[in-house]
Design a protein. Structure first.
Length: 144
């Protein structure tokens, strides 16, 4: 199993970070991929939350992710099926830091690498992409 953990402090309240990360069609601002909602959330009190399925296109491949849970402290999602990786689970935790008036974003992904790509290669690529996305998210809320 490949485990990836990244974190970043973002100068915004958790509810703003949550709304930003659930704005699926605009996630390309942070990730090097295109996103499209193919099924709306089951519980509309959090737009883009639980039950939402999004199509992800990157590097010439297409796959689907489903939001399993979303609230003001966490987003949990998984890739639907076993492509491009198996047993995928993602979790983004949002922790309010009252001292700094910010949110600590903890991003954890785990999955089984396919036989045709070594796990250490995927770990390196995905870690780089998540760190870049978190840096872009941080920049969105940075004060000048």
């Amino acid at each position: 199993m490949v485990n990836i953990r990244c974190h970043k402090e973002v100068a915004a309240a958790p509810h703003l970070v949550l709304e930003t990360l659930l704005d699926h069609p605009r996630l390309n601002r942070f990730f090097n991929a295109q996103f499209k909602v193919v099924q709306s959330a089951v519980h509309p009190e959090i737009h883009g939350g639980s039950g939402c399925i999004r199509e992800v296109r990157m590097l010439g491949i297409r796959f689907y992710e489903q939001i399993l849970h979303a609230d003001h402290s966490a987003i949990r999602y998984q890739i639907v099926g076993d492509f491009p990786v198996k047993q995928h689970h993602g979790e983004i935790r949002l922790r309010h830091n009252t001292d700094k008036q910010s949110t600590r974003v903890d991003y954890h992904v785990r999955f089984a690498a396919p036989a045709y790509v070594p796990g250490f290669v995927l770990r390196r690529l995905i870690t780089r992409d998540i760190n870049l996305a978190l840096t872009r998210l941080e920049a969105l809320y940075a004060t000048c």
